[in-house]
Ligand binder design. Sequence first.
Ligand code: COA
Length: 150
Amino acid sequence: MNIRKLHTDEHPPIDLLVLADPSESLVEEYLHRGECFVAESDQKIIGVYVLLPTRPETVELVNIAVIEPMQNQGIGKRLVIHAMQTAKSRGFKTMEVGTGNSSIGQLALYQKCGFRMTGIDSNFFVKHYAEEIFENGIQCRDMVRLAKEF
Ligand code: COA
């Protein structure tokens, strides 16, 4: 598997990006403002993430996703580690990420990569998404914010 920056003349893998965030307009905005990276295996894109500068020295990891048949094989963790190395090499000092209160696997992944919880954006998903979201039998209401300092 190889992780590389998406070339400027390439189409971003929208189907994969919307796995992490169903709002296509938000995904388009992130692509416009951030840098997109893809994981490839046998010339097929199997993973993606976007680095979004938010404040001086702070970058947010958004839209990280792995194709469904290849989830739970360590690719997500490799993408997070690659994102942290890339952000550090660009001079960022802090990486932030946000996920749902019901996203148990994602909360595990980020904490296993050294992220600590910094806050809760209460009712974020209730306010910003038209449909109710359920995962792991839990309603997704709040956004859990996490951060890692380099
Ligand atoms: N309890 C404990 N640990 C869990 C867990 C759970 N329920 N679910 C996952 N993990 C752990 C794994 O054990 C692994 O840790 P380890 O390496 O110490 O064993 C770690 O989380 C990462 O697993 P990995 O196989 O690298 O994850 P992945 O390749 O499936 O990628 C996602 C993770 C989130 C990118 C992937 O599942 C995905 O694309 N989901 C849909 C899109 C999405 O939700 N994106 C994130 C938006 S916030």
